[in-house]
Ligand binder design. Structure first.
Ligand code: MG
Length: 386
């Protein structure tokens, strides 16, 4: 019997993707990279293909297909391009687990395809559940697919729930580092730069999620992600700012017990668990030394200084296409901030405007969400222009 899990990594050249390949490299007796995809970094994708010899690689941006093909001309790896090829790659029969590690809205359609193909999904793309949580949840019920969270907080919650009856959950306590601007005043937040925002105190991540962490949009998205992953109403999700990032989240039960999962802030841990679940496998990395942390602190978040967090609660309360509008506006705003076209506190201003101005649909189909995404983006872009 062949016990090796075949892994498709969507977004293999990003932060989560490369760390997933580290785990595959540590455990070749258990895992094999069978599909690797990237948005545009064809050079790293080609290097990964040479090392891991997957069956197939796909580059999203078709203009890089000739370079990628030439770079892999002498190895037996299929080379394809385009968003459709990425979505189709998730449904290949040999693939056991799909790691969705691409950035933003682009994760939605491939995740839907992976669910329809009954795959195990190691979900690292939180925007999929933010945009389409209700649709994804109902698709999952009709399919043999399952989602194992990779996000460190959701992995922690998932681990705290193992062996428990869901009806005994009193609340979920989602921890947040607070990011690099945790102690900044509103006036100071108006002045922060891109470089300030990219300097996260604990986690080493991609640019988009690092900016979302600085604005606490990331925590708002994670609240929505938890709402769908664990079928937990938003009023039962409490956010605790925990600057040390050692407690990755907690679950409180009806008897007053709270279970927590702890570890060093290293994404290899939740990625490893998502790949090995329900088993645990060895790590080659340094574990947490609790004696180095004499001071673990927790405080309530400040929604005045971090308005995007309160917009996330408003969006999930409204439902329908509102979380999709929130996400689309934020993606455009973060890209504009990274390109130094707007300032940091323009991100929430822009998001609020787009949420007010984009037509609300209370009951949505996948097609509605695709249309909403396009509309909210173009609205956000034209607001930036003017
Ligand atoms: Mg997280």
């Amino acid at each position: 019997m062949n016990n090796i899990k075949n892994i498709a990594i969507l977004g293999s050249t990003g932060s989560i993707g490369t760390q997933t390949l580290d785990i595959i490299d540590e455990h070749p007796e258990r895992f094999r990279a069978s599909v690797l995809t990237a948005a545009r970094n064809w050079e790293l994708l080609a290097a990964q293909a040479r090392k891991f010899m997957p069956d197939k690689v796909v580059i999203a941006r078709e203009e890089f297909l000739p370079q990628l093909k030439e770079a892999l001309a002498d190895v037996p790896v299929k080379v394809e391009a385009g968003d459709n090829a990425i979505a189709e790659a998730t449904a290949i029969p040999e693939v056991d687990t799909v790691v969705t590690a691409m950035v933003g809205y682009s994760g939605l359609i491939p995740t839907v395809k992976a669910i329809e193909a009954n795959k195990t999904i190691a979900l690292a793309n939180k925007e999929t559940l933010v945009v389409a949580g209700e649709i994804i949840t109902s698709l999952l019920k009709k399919s043999g697919a399952r989602i194992i969270p990779v996000d460190s907080e959701h992995s922690a919650i998932f681990q705290c729930l193992v062996g428990e009856d869901r009806k005994n959950v009193a609340k979920i306590i989602l921890t947040a580092s607070g990011g690099p601007f945790r102690t900044k005043t509103l006036a100071e937040l108006e002045q922060v730069t891109v470089d300030d925002a990219l300097r996260h105190p604990n986690w080493n991540m991609g640019a988009k999620v690092t900016i979302d962490s600085a604005s606490m949009m990331n925590k708002g998205f994670e609240m929505i992600e938890a709402r769908w992953l664990f079928d937990c109403p938003p009023e039962k999700i409490e956010i605790a700012v925990h600057p040390q990032s050692i407690v990755h989240s907690m679950v409180e039960y009806i008897d007053g017990s709270i279970k927590a999962q702890l570890g060093v802030p290293d994404m290899h841990i939740p990625i490893r668990y998502a790949l090995s679940y329900p088993e645990r496998i060895t790590s080659v990395r340094e574990p947490l030394k609790l004696s180095q942390y004499s001071n673990l602190t927790f405080e309530a978040p400040d929604m005045n200084r971090f308005p995007l967090l309160s917009f996330a609660f408003e969006a999930i309360a409204a439902g329908g296409n509102m979380p999709c509008i929130l996400n689309a506006a934020n993606e455009v705003a973060v890209a504009a901030f990274l390109n130094r076209k707007i300032r940091f506190m323009d991100i929430p201003r822009l998001v609020e405007k787009v949420m007010k101005e984009t037509p609300f649909i209370s009951s949505v189909t996948l097609e509605d969400l695709v249309a909403t995404n396009t509309e909210a983006r173009s609205r956000a872009k034209s607001l930036i222009k003017h």
